[in-house]
Design a protein around this ligand. Structure first.
Ligand code: K1U
Ligand code: ZN
Length: 173
């Protein structure tokens, strides 16, 4: 397993629609393993393939925060939201591609998601709470959407400028 580098906004790859995974090959298995390691290393609670520059519809997540509860690493291939609740919830979201920037985003409080697992089997589950927020945030990444796209233009611009500065500083070393 290896930790891959995470793209930082602004990057054109973070704005693109990702392609469905056609075949669950050993390369897809290795990508999922690397993404889980990258997510835990960051640390984060989710990660989508385009964040590691792979333009495929695959995401990983583990929203277990309680150290007493065993981890629940999940790999979702070609995920689709099949139902969204009417009631909404607001969570202060962050993003590993937009480090140290947080903002309130309102989304459906619960969603049902269907996906294919690494074993090739179809699965469907209802997510609530942080899991629901996270899976929607990650599916947005597969559609080229970032949490800052939900914010007012001025706030989005301010965050984008901060990220441009961060990238210039990192490039200078
Ligand atoms: O997609 C990503 O960039 C990962 C992102 C997922 C996410 C966070 C918050 C709301 C929705 C989706 C992160 O994991 S940011 C880091 C983070 O939230 C966290 C880090 C350490 C411990 C707990 C949370
Ligand atoms: Zn993100």
């Amino acid at each position: 397993m290896s930790v891959r580098s995470i793209l930082i906004h602004p990057d054109p790859r973070l704005k693109k629609l990702c392609d469905p995974v056609a075949v669950i090959s050993p390369e897809i298995g290795k990508l999922a393993e690397d993404m889980l390691e990258t997510m835990y290393d960051a640390p984060g609670i989710g990660l989508a393939a385009p964040q590691v520059a792979v333009m495929k519809r695959l995401l990983v997540m583990d929203c277990v925060k309680d150290p007493e509860t065993p981890p629940r690493p999940m790999v979702l291939i070609n995920p689709v939201i099949t139902w969204s609740s009417e009631d909404r919830s607001t969570y202060e979201e962050g993003c590993l591609s937009i480090p140290e920037q947080y903002a309130d985003v309102e989304r459906p409080a619960a969603v049902r998601v269907r996906w294919t697992g690494l074993d090739g089997r179809e699965a469907e589950e209802e997510f609530k709470g942080l899991w629901a927020t996270c899976v929607q945030h990650e599916i947005d990444h597969l559609d080229g959407k970032l949490f800052i796209d939900y914010l007012r233009p001025l706030k989005r611009q301010m965050i984008t400028r901060r990220m441009e500065k961060l990238k210039r500083e990192r490039a200078r070393g």
